[in-house]
Design a binder for this molecule. Structure first.
Ligand SMILES: Nc1nc2c(ncn2[C@@H]2O[C@H](COP(=O)(O)OP(=O)(O)OP(=O)(O)O)[C@@H](O)[C@H]2O)c(=O)[nH]1
Ligand SMILES: [Mg+2]
Length: 179
């Protein structure tokens, strides 16, 4: 049995815990606690350590999903989780431009530590004020014409959408045959 470890990262409220809850076959182990700082203006609960979920991808391969906290004060968890990862997805809430800088910071953090396959998953594209893909890429600092990570749209609340994003990541991983 091969195990592929996928890290789900991104800023506060991007949908990381939801993404894992939506697709996991086991009851998700989460560490969501009541927010005590500025985050509470945005949402009641926030991840303080990590989320864990599992998906039997095919008879020979299981996917272990690890969700990071969004808040940078827990960046020691980002470090612990990314070290063992085979691939990661960076979720970015497309309707909340104030979080783009935090998304870029997380990308830089991960990119400094690892060169594993990754994709950017735009969430909340169904919400009013959501940015278009090209503009979001520019806001994240990826200049037109230069190479940038693949970007996909994903709704963390919808199993079909999450599954599709996982297929894309697994394909990318197979191509680089890190598993
Ligand atoms: N409309 C819409 N809602 C979404 C989408 N993705 C996630 N959500 C919602 O956004 C909220 C995100 O919450 P979480 O999953 O707790 O976010 P998180 O990234 O784990 O946040 P932290 O743990 O605080 O860093 C939930 O209410 C989800 O239902 C999406 O694509 N569209
Ligand atoms: Mg969370």
């Amino acid at each position: 049995m091969e195990i592929m470890r996928l890290v789900v990262t991104g800023p506060v409220g991007a949908g990381k815990s939801t993404y894992i809850r939506t697709i996991s076959e086991i009851e998700v182990v989460d560490t969501d606690r009541n927010a005590t700082d500025d985050t509470k203006d945005l949402k009641q609960k926030t991840t303080v350590a990590f989320d864990f979920g599992r998906l039997q991808f095919n008879p020979k391969m299981a996917l272990h999903l690890y969700g990071t906290p969004g808040q940078s004060r827990f960046d020691f968890m980002w470090d612990i989780l990314i070290k063992k990862a085979h691939a990661y997805i960076l979720l970015v809430p497309a309707h909340r431009p104030s979080e783009f800088i935090n998304a870029r910071r997380i990308y830089n953090f991960m990119n400094q530590r690892t060169k594993i396959p990754m994709v950017i998953g735009m969430t909340h594209t169904d919400m009013p004020g959501a940015w278009a893909e090209e503009n979001l890429a520019l806001a994240l600092g990826f200049k037109e014409g230069q190479s940038q990570p693949p970007m996909i749209k994903v709704n963390a609340t919808k199993a079909g959408s999450v599954a599709q994003s996982i297929i894309i990541i697994v394909r990318q991983l197979m191509q680089t045959s890190k598993v």
